[in-house]
Design a protein around this ligand. Structure first.
Ligand SMILES: C[S@@+](CC[C@H](N)C(=O)[O-])C[C@H]1O[C@@H](n2cnc3c(N)ncnc32)[C@H](O)[C@@H]1O
Length: 184
């Protein structure tokens, strides 16, 4: 999907997409650098869009690791399926149903979560529920990595994980924050 098509799809669904541009290469790198790809077996991605971060994750993943990518937009899901990597499981559903898809795949534990869901645009209860479910399945020491364009939603991660480390990604347009919380 080209930049213009992504823009058009975002305009149509601004409340759920939350931005008009996809993450830049530097932002994708700033997000995934926190993951220990040498040991990660199961990675979960929330709000995969048309797959810009997905492709960066797949490049770094082990040959036998799995990536479960959630995306609610049907057009974006078509693009995700076209990546056609046997390690990628595309879920055309809301991230709140994480448990269902963990069970379906017989996975009990997640090594890392990488999320671009615009939690600022969602009701706090839904955001807390999704983040809480991720924490439940994350292994001890596992990371929840989230991109945001403001720090309005920082309180959600603080509430669920009790810790949140804020990193600034100035090269993205607009500049972004990468928030990292650890399951302790
Ligand atoms: C800001 S875009 C990020 C797209 C891409 N990952 C990137 O970084 O450019 C957020 C994406 O989250 C998706 N989304 C919003 N709410 C969701 C939910 N509850 N479950 C799964 N995906 C959701 C939107 O459809 C949108 O594609």
């Amino acid at each position: 999907m080209g930049t213009i098509e992504f823009f058009k799809e975002s305009i149509k669904n601004l409340r759920t997409v939350g931005t008009l541009t996809r993450s830049s290469k530097s932002l994708c790198k700033a997000m995934i650098k926190h993951v220990d790809f040498k040991t990660a077996n199961v990675i979960v991605e929330l709000g995969a869009g048309d797959g810009v971060i997905t492709k960066h994750i797949l490049k770094k993943m082990k040959k036998d690791a799995k990536l479960l990518s959630f995306e609610v937009n049907a057009e974006f899901c078509k693009q995700l399926r076209a990546i056609n990597d046997p390690r990628l499981v595309v879920v055309e559903d809301s991230a709140e149903y994480l448990e269902r898809y963990m069970k379906e795949n017989n996975w009990s534990e997640i090594d890392a979560v990488i999320s671009a869901i615009p939690f600022v645009a969602l009701p706090d209860e839904l955001g807390l529920m999704i983040i809480g479910e991720c924490k439940r399945f994350l292994k001890k020491g596992g990371l929840f990595i989230q991109v945001h364009y403001s720090l309005l939603a920082k309180k959600l991660y603080q509430k669920v994980f009790g810790n949140v480390d804020v990193n600034f990604a100035p090269l993205n347009i607009p500049p972004a924050f990468v928030l990292v919380s650890e399951k302790r």
